[in-house]
Design a protein around this ligand. Structure first.
Ligand code: BG6
Length: 524
């Protein structure tokens, strides 16, 4: 349906023009409005955007789901969930209170539409509803469709949106679609999904989310590298010995056994989240902050990673599964006893791999990646180990000060960064000590922490795709891990479960680094 256009403020699709201003008028539709993601992240993030004054007066939010409920019930259910987070102090929503003025602002703009996402009639009614909002609220014909649903709905919803004309952009209007993860479960399915959504939408309209890119500290990797002259000259194989990227969790699979049994740690974390950290760290400097310029550089980097092959004699990757143990002082069961997990499951809950990047900057520099559930500590960090001094003039005078030079980017928790180096211990003799210079976000900036989704939603509303994955980025990530996925699917792992819950991971992961004369940084 062609909609009457309201005056739409800045109707250009120009991200650079936006700065810190409120977003442009639009209606946002959440498919999966009754689901967990909407409650835990999407609506709390919208609330935070309201508090920050980033949503325009004419903003409207439409929830769409199969569950029958009224708009008032939808609103009050979401409010109750947010209040629960405030009281418990856990979850991604970190507010100390919910300001009723801000909540009312948002709630008064929310409507709920019950519908079956497989039914074309649902989209016809949605179209009618949205056109009504254009007339009454001034949403300007601009639409953001957020697919907060299980991945099996991604293709069908996009097809229905297209068939109903909802993705069609008339002059001066924009229609954007946010697609959650997982984007495919291997290379072939990711390519098929790209082709399917690409048949309906222009790549410019597709926003594939990776929530790691919404984390402040992940974005800061770019600022660290590109806004400082200090690091770039030493950011290469001549000065860097190796890099360790860790995404360690203290949670098990929780209630996600069914999902995890089909997924495993490799698929769940490596080609998406961990590769985004890797790409931010290792890509060539872009010549501008333009979305495609940055995504080109990321794709170049991902394409230069040597695909992970299975080699029993010289493994490039190690998998693990947790046995019972104790995590942060609490008893934890083994993976195979988790709900919805097979008693003889061979699915990995831990993976470590050694990545080689075949380009001039990084040839010969190993990048070690690891991620796992139920580990000793929650820690996501990028640790860069610089080459040792070429000559140890202190040998024989003082015991070495350990591996002297590390630059550690702490993504979470205790966000910040530190530089480790050797210093002389005070006293009459020359005695080296390892010291650390530390920058912590919370000491310097007193901003309230968000869910990470605020920036992503805000950017999407403003047509800025820098922090979203392009089709080729996604496929390049899968291409690296596909040989390993195939090999692991066809070979039973040895000795599963092979690490105790609450430990540093399997011994084989240590051996992976020991082969190169290196060792993992401790998690605790
Ligand atoms: C999700 C994975 O994408 O990322 C989860 O599916 C994982 O298994 C989570 O726990 C980690 O994200 P964060 O932000 O908690 O580090």
């Amino acid at each position: 349906m062609e909609c009457t256009q309201q005056p739409a403020g800045d109707s250009s699709d120009n991200p650079e023009a936006t700065g810190d201003a409120p977003t442009r008028p639009c209606a946002m539709v959440i498919f999966g409005a009754a689901g967990d993601l909407t409650k835990r992240l999407v609506v709390p993030a919208l609330y935070n955007l309201v508090v920050a004054g980033r949503l325009p007066e004419s903003f409207r939010l439409v929830g769409c789901d199969l569950v029958a409920k009224t708009s008032a019930e939808w609103q009050s259910g979401l409010l109750a969930m947010m209040q629960e987070c405030v009281v418990k102090g856990d979850g991604e929503f970190q507010a100390s209170r919910i300001d009723p003025v801000h909540w009312d602002w948002l709630a008064s703009r929310m409507t709920y539409l019950q519908g079956d996402l497989n039914d074309p009639g649902c989209y016809a009614r949605l179209d009618e509803h949205l056109c009504g909002l254009d007339k009454t609220a001034g949403t300007g014909g601009n639409r953001l469709f957020y697919l907060a649903v299980s991945d099996r709905f991604f293709g069908p919803i996009v097809d229905h949106l297209g068939a109903a004309g909802l993705t069609h952009e008339s002059a001066g209007q924009w229609r954007h679609v946010i697609i959650e993860k997982p984007f495919g479960h291997d290379l072939a399915s990711a390519m098929a999904l790209n082709a399917r959504v690409g048949a309906v939408l222009d790549e410019r309209q597709i926003y594939r989310i990776d929530h790691f890119l919404g984390k402040e500290t992940v974005q800061n990797i770019m600022v660290l590298r590109l806004a400082n002259g200090l690091f770039e000259p030493i950011w290469n194989r001549n000065h860097i010995d190796h890099v360790q990227i860790t995404a360690a969790e203290t949670v098990g699979v929780e209630r996600r056994g069914r999902f995890y049994e089909k997924t495993g740690a490799l698929r769940d974390m490596i080609p998406n989240h961990v590769f985004q950290l890797l790409a931010m760290t290792a890509m060539e400097p872009p010549i501008s902050f333009d979305a495609d310029e940055i995504r080109n550089k990321k794709s170049d980097l991902l394409r230069s990673i040597r695909p992970l092959r299975y080699d029993e004699a010289m493994p490039e990757a190690v998998r693990g599964q947790y046995a019972a143990g104790s995590v942060l002082g609490r008893p934890a069961c083994d993976y195979r006893s988790e709900p919805d997990v097979a008693a003889d499951s061979n699915v990995e809950t831990y993976v470590a791999c050694r990545i080689q990047i075949d380009n001039w900057r990084w040839a010969g520099v190993p990048f070690y990646l690891r991620t796992g559930k139920y580990l000793a500590a929650r820690k996501t960090e990028i640790a860069i180990r610089f080459r040792s001094a070429p000559l140890s003039v202190f040998a024989g005078i003082s015991p070495a000060a350990g591996n002297a030079n590390w630059l550690v980017l702490r993504i979470q928790p205790n966000e910040g960064m530190s530089i480790e180096f050797a210093a002389k211990r005070p006293g009459p003799t020359v005695h080296l000590g390892a010291v650390r210079m530390d920058f912590s976000y919370k000491d310097y900036f007193h901003a309230a922490s968000g869910t990470g989704y605020e920036t992503l939603i805000y950017d999407c509303m403003n047509g800025n795709a820098t922090l979203f994955k392009r089709a080729d980025n996604v496929e390049a990530g899968w291409r690296v891990v596909q040989p390993l996925l195939d090999a692991w699917a066809g070979t039973a792992p040895q000795g599963f479960p092979n690490y105790a819950a609450g430990s540093e991971g399997p011994a084989a992961a240590d051996a992976l680094l020991a082969r190169d004369g290196n060792a993992w940084r401790t998690l605790t």
